[in-house]
Design a binder for this molecule. Structure first.
Ligand code: TF8
Length: 338
């Protein structure tokens, strides 16, 4: 029997698809993915989660549906982590800082003044040591897909502009729930109070705390300008976010499904970093327009803070292990020289 030309080329195409490992419709099961995050819908975090959701739906012909659930509606970062570990929630994005209780190695990203620009952060986080630290989550019940940018953190408070180290002295400052942040701000003389992000706005509004520290983007999206008077550009630490998957759920996925999530995560990383950086670049003007008083921490004062934090660095090296500490330092040095 002669096979008509059109059919023959179709058959060839199907064979090529299969041979190159391209996914076919039957590789995907109908699935609902609950993807939780802590910031508001209209934030860099929310936009990137929705971008990821679209990519996954496109790649699976609508079989896998990603529900973007923001505002900490599924819980604070640490509550969502527990839900992922237990298999009650499929995905989340949150600060690496909130994972330190599970994976001590994550504390290395909280090293004050570790990166001096975003380029260094990208190279180190996406490089071998970033991968290695990410992989420590798997035995704890979570699969890390990619790092996103939260950004360089800056101080806001209601007492005064922070123009010198001593200005932090009696400031009751909310910090993330993690010993590096607690120790860092204690070392700087502030009255550091750990709180989940989901309780932060109310704590600022009711004056339970005087201040907090987060990137410009979050000061805007979470409307901290409504309850904070002073913003000090300190860039004291670069904060990554990390996109994670429940390991319990991950283990039920086909290879094709896993690949879709991994590919979409990488695309979302490019989208998120670009979006975050564009927003951050014009954020200061927006923050001023909202009425906050902005000052820059003088370089000499940043230097004094750095000196005070040397003891904290020794502690971080102990927490993460000297090997990881040294690898990160070497990677930063290499990125800086490149
Ligand atoms: C913080 C972080 C937050 C994140 C977010 C809720 O201050 O910077 O941006 O944890 O995922 O808690």
């Amino acid at each position: 029997m002669r096979i008509p030309f059109a059919l023959a080329s179709l058959m060839a195409a199907v064979t090529t698809l299969a041979a190159t490992g391209q996914a076919l419709a039957q590789d995907f099961k109908p699935r609902i993915v609950r993807f939780g995050y802590g910031l508001v819908d209209d934030s860099n975090q929310g936009r990137a989660v929705r971008f990821f959701a679209k990519e996954v739906e496109k790649a699976t012909g609508g079989k896998m549906k990603v529900r973007a659930i923001g505002n900490a509606s599924l819980g604070s970062d640490t509550q969502m982590q527990q839900a992922l570990i237990g298999g009650a929630q499929e995905m989340m994005v949150g600060s690496t800082a909130t994972l330190v209780g599970l994976s001590p190695e994550m504390a290395v990203w909280d090293t004050p003044f570790l990166f001096s620009n975003a380029k260094e952060a990208d190279v180190v986080l996406d490089g071998p040591v970033g991968e290695k630290v990410k992989a420590t989550l798997e035995p704890k019940g979570m699969v890390g897909l990619v790092y996103w940018e939260n950004g360089f953190r800056n101080l806001t408070n209601n007492k005064r502009p922070i123009a010198k180290l001593e200005d932090l002295a009696d400031v009751k400052l909310r910090v993330m729930q993690n010993n590096v942040f607690l120790d860092s701000f204690k070392a700087l003389g502030a009255n550091a109070v750990p709180l989940p992000f989901s309780e932060l706005f109310t704590a600022l509004e009711t004056k339970a705390v005087d201040g907090q520290e987060n990137p410009f983007n979050t000061v805007l999206s979470s409307k901290f300008y409504e309850v904070q008077k002073y913003l000090t550009v300190s860039n004291h630490v670069y904060s990554p976010w990390i996109v994670t998957v429940s390991k319990k759920w991950w283990d039920t996925l086909s290879a094709a499904e896993k690949k879709v999530l991994q590919d979409a995560a990488i695309k979302s990383r490019e989208f998120e970093r670009k979006d975050t950086r564009e927003e951050a670049a014009k954020a200061l003007a927006d923050i001023k327009a909202k009425g906050m008083q902005v000052n820059e921490l003088p370089a000499a004062e940043a230097g004094r803070m750095r000196d005070k934090l040397t003891a904290v660095n020794t502690g971080i090296a102990k927490t993460v292990g000297q090997g990881t500490w040294d690898e990160v330092q070497a990677a930063v040095k290499q990125a800086r020289a490149a």
